[in-house]
Design a protein around this ligand. Sequence first.
Ligand SMILES: [Zn+2]
Ligand SMILES: [Zn+2]
Length: 256
Amino acid sequence: MSYTVAGAIHMHSDYSHDGLDSLETLRDACIARNIRWVGMTDHAEDLDPDVFEEFKEHCADLSDDALTLIPGLEYRFAGFRGVHLFAVDLREWIQPRTFEDFFEQTRTTAGFTVLAHPVLCRYQVPPAVLDHIDGIEIWNTNYNTRYLADPRAIALYHEVHSRRPEVVATVGLDQHDSRNDRGVRTLIAESDLANPAEALKAGRFSTVGRSAAFDSRATISPSAMRQLRLKRSALDVVNKVHDRIMFALRRAGVDP
Ligand SMILES: [Zn+2]
Ligand SMILES: [Zn+2]
């Protein structure tokens, strides 16, 4: 199958406290970038049942042949810092307190679920999540940079995939400001445009970013994986030095 229709997953609008773009702005930016569908993932804690209904209608009002905005929310869980799960194609308001709640409730209300940015919880993901999640984000351009995928997330994904062949590997923009396009895309077939979430769950997609492209099972040769690990550690060192310089400049009263 040829995957040619570009979409973006993991997108925040100003329905999130830290999102800058109205859905209108987001729509214009996506159309300009040839993105045809978007898996929205606004922060669940910033909405309530009424606002969620408004959000859903707003997404529907702004969807047409040029672009589909698919409603979805990203959830946090008390006691599990950094473990964020999002539900794409969320049709009803849900308020899960535990991972068990999340999977029980999304089973009938959502099209597709993803473990976001495993680096944020240092890859310490509870089995309750790994046993039920539909997808694992192997490249989050907010946390992993636009330049490189996350080799440890890929390794985690492959470990889960060896037990659960149905689990898929996704890439996420985690975009909060449309002026900054970090460039990863998810490609589906034209025939799946009517229901991208279903195609995602079924693994009918491929992903692409600046430095790499993947299939939905994050197939990577051992030598490419070694290269990625090496580049990743080099980039992480550069980032750490950069952060320290910025910190020192700010302490010295310089606005970098
Ligand atoms: Zn998150
Ligand atoms: Zn996010």
